[in-house]
Design a protein around this ligand. Structure first.
Ligand SMILES: [Zn+2]
Length: 755
């Protein structure tokens, strides 16, 4: 009986193979009514750490589970109902949007499911435009779908919708030129100029900076771009009021010409200074009137002018077991303050960090964190670093062409009795539940912690509703609304068995970043371990099994929690005792705070497959209905490797393929066109496209893995005896590592602590 309901126990110490061979599905939310269950929000968009909400805080505390929601509000969707109406139906008391979980008192009135006020239905809502009849409001799209988008009427704008405005700030210091980013970036931008979201009003501009600021005017009457250098970086001013931001359509040819000139313009520079702060101040002056998106490419430590920094990191301490908390926090508040000013003018700043030395990401990231921007990191980018070049190109191409919302705000409402108390992600909190987002992009994730303030025992369900108001790149004001409904329960058993382990880990990761910055990384690590101990102890209590026992029991829904926690403690963000550059650590922490859950899980626990015998694997269909050979997922341990094998590890933004020394000659020849292992090159940066089944099968599988990602991950193929092999082995997080327990040792430690 228990097994049927997913309520059986697993003795983790007796179950070394715990990972399901296929995807870990999010737990299903049971509302008892099929129509409501079908209408509920997709877990890809809005997800709670538990699928049944405890009826009071005491019960929540007993479960030891964290309560919170993770949201990916602007993700790309294949189907989205769009509604244009004169009146958007909202509760008069709490402003909740009408949704599938409201109660219709009669055909003219509805009861709000967040504050319980009874509201009148407008005449328009009772009319069904399809059948042209009155009287059944439940047929409306607002009642059938939890995710939809309204085209907003005039009262939802403070000013006419802003045009799409894009400004590029280019570090052209010596280190920047050595990285080679400028050539790649200019090529891709030229390539995609016509595909950037926008309309006839779209504007674009460029500012380069080293010791000085270099502005590029693109005037009407001139035939070529006109460079103006401003040497005074302490009192930034614009050298001309016009033609620095220009209409893209009108000036397309001149923009292209500038993009051709830029890569060579600074090729021979010896200027090692980088006036990032001054460049950002200039951007603020340029964009203040319209708002928009600033894209910064940074390669050096900003070392001159406003916001200048000094190298704080002592490289000799990188492997220490104590991480200096100060280095995780900003050295000054210049970037945060400027970000708040930008936020006020609807300007978001995005960072592409392409550094080979310390640039103090902890400090400069403030410009993006508080302006609703995003941050990408390509350490050690060099013309000959193929993996980074490839990753940078793919990521930047996606960045340019993905959709974008301007001048956005997001509000999260929840049923009376619940309260949202901490937010995670890049934004500025304007009032208790209103997030200011100068830009919203489809790859941004957010998290919120939730507390139970009042008893919920008199209600059956609770709801969370997120509303994202933004201006589209076509100048339309829109509101995207997501509503999630969850049942309430009164028993500890129910609460524990309703846990969503991936969502729990996703929320814990965000909380651990805050803990690391406020206290230290060791504290955050201890908190992870304590969460595992507490949850498993509370489970044991719910089974009425106190006292010592031989095993370590976990319910089905939490059986992967210890595996994920042991993995996350080996992640760049939280590991200790292994040499870790502080910029890499800070960046990993930023990703923990801002990646949507499905990408976060792949960072924490990448997917490992054996790919040398795809012909023997199960066949599934991809989204195009093409057959794909799908091998089972393997746990991240060397015990699955064998010398005849070829293994593919998918870490989300990159893949590593390990070719072992006794891999079959037929496989090597069919897939890589090499006669033997000895003739495999040290590194390969792609799988060649060859005309045979084995090669096609593998390439199709890689494409399939890339289907749901923001951009396709590059594949790096390495030989098992290559000097790069650590790139693969470092991901085998279940094994014992320097200063880190194996998964099995971790379980044994938990067992001694679980009471
Ligand atoms: Zn209400």
């Amino acid at each position: 009986f228990n097994k049927m309901w997913g309520m059986e126990s697993h003795d983790l110490l007796q179950t070394p193979t715990i990972l399901p061979p296929k995807t870990v599905d999010p737990p299903k939310i049971m509302l008892g009514q099929e129509a409501m269950e079908q209408a509920n929000c997709s877990p890809d968009i809005l997800r709670c750490t538990m699928t049944k909400i405890p009826e009071n805080n005491n019960l929540l505390q007993k479960s030891r589970l964290p309560l919170g929601v993770l949201i990916h509000p602007f993700r790309d969707l294949s189907h989205l109902p769009v509604i244009q109406c004169n009146v958007i139906v909202r509760c008069r008391a709490c402003r909740t949007y009408i949704n599938p979980f409201v109660l219709f008192v009669d055909s003219k009135r509805w009861k709000c499911n967040l504050c319980y006020r009874v509201n009148e239905l407008p005449e328009e809502f009772q009319y069904d435009p399809v059948t042209k009849t009155y009287g059944d409001p439940s047929r409306r799209p607002e009642i059938k779908s939890s995710t939809l988008e309204y085209i907003a009427p005039a009262e939802y704008m403070l000013r006419p919708p802003q045009p799409a405005v894009y400004l590029y700030l280019l570090d052209v210091s010596r280190l920047a030129v050595e990285s080679g980013y400028l050539g790649i970036m200019c090529d891709i931008l030229q390539d995609e100029l016509e595909n950037i979201p926008g309309d006839a009003r779209t504007q674009i501009g460029f500012v380069a900076y080293d010791s000085a600021l270099h502005f590029y005017a693109l005037p009407e009457d001139a035939s070529r771009p006109h460079e103006m250098t401003v040497l005074d970086i302490d009192e930034v001013f614009l050298p001309t009021p016009d033609n620095l931001l220009v209409n893209l359509k009108d000036k397309m040819e001149m923009v292209k010409e500038l993009l051709q000139q830029l890569p060579t313009r600074y090729a021979n520079t010896y200027d090692s200074n980088s006036a990032l702060g001054a460049a950002l101040q200039a951007a603020f002056k340029l964009m203040g009137a319209t708002g928009g998106r600033v894209t910064v490419f940074q390669a050096s430590l900003p070392n001159v002018g406003p916001g200048a920094l000094v190298a704080r990191e002592d490289p000799t301490t990188r492997g220490h077991t104590q991480v200096d908390t100060q280095l995780l926090n900003p050295a000054n508040d210049f970037y945060k303050r400027l970000a708040l000013e930008c936020s006020g003018q609807q300007i978001a700043v995005d960072l592409f960090v392409v550094n080979s030395t310390y640039v103090d990401i902890a400090t400069i990231s403030g410009i993006s964190r508080f302006s609703g921007g995003c941050i990408h990191h390509f350490p050690l980018l060099r013309p000959n670093n193929m993996t980074m070049k490839d990753g940078f190109s793919r990521s930047f191409r996606r960045y340019l062409t993905r959709k974008i919302g301007f001048e956005a705000v997001m509000r999260i409402r929840c049923t009376r009795g619940l309260a949202i108390h901490s937010f995670h992600g890049n934004f500025f909190v304007r009032s208790t539940d209103l997030l200011s987002l100068p830009n919203i992009n489809p790859d941004a994730g957010f998290g919120m912690q939730v507390s139970i303030e009042d008893n919920l025992s008199d209600v059956q369900t609770v709801c969370f509703q997120a509303a994202l108001l933004y201006t589209s790149s076509k100048g339309e004001r829109r509101i995207r609304v997501h509503t999630l409904c969850l049942p309430v329960t009164s028993t500890l058993q129910d609460v524990i068995h309703s846990a969503d382990q991936e969502c729990v880990v996703g929320l814990l990761a965000k909380m651990a970043v805050d803990r690391s910055m406020q206290a230290n990384v060791s504290d955050a690590r201890e908190a992870f371990i304590n969460v595992a101990i507490d949850i498993l102890s509370s489970y044991k209590m719910s089974l009425n099994m106190s006292g010592p026992s031989s095993g370590l029991l976990a319910p089905t829904c939490l059986k992967l929690l210890p595996l994920y926690i042991s993995a996350i403690m080996k992640h760049t963000a939280f590991r200790i005792g292994i040499p870790t550059r502080i910029d890499d650590r800070v960046m990993a922490m930023i990703e923990m705070k801002t990646k949507p859950l499905y990408l976060l899980m792949q960072m924490i626990y990448p997917d490992l497959y054996q790919v040398h015998n795809l012909e023997n694997q199960q066949i599934i269909m991809n989204s195009e209905e093409e057959p794909i050979s799908l091998p089972p997922k393997l746990q991240l341990s060397a015990r699955w490797l064998d010398s005849k094998g070829v293994f593919l590890l998918d870490a989300g933004d990159h893949m590593v393929m390990l070719v072992c020394q006794n891999a079959s000659a037929a496989f090597l020849s069919d897939v890589f066109e090499v006669p033997s292992y000895a003739q495999m090159p040290d590194d390969l940066y792609d799988i060649p496209s060859l005309d045979n089944l084995r090669n096609q099968r593998l390439r199709h599988f890689v494409c399939y893995l890339n289907e749901d990602k923001p951009y396709p991950a590059p594949v790096h193929v390495i030989r098992d005896n290559s000097s790069n092999r650590a790139l693969f082995y470092q991901h085998l997080v279940e094994d014992r590592m320097e200063n880190a327990l194996s998964y099995h040792e971790f379980l044994q430690h938990l067992k001694t602590q679980v009471k």
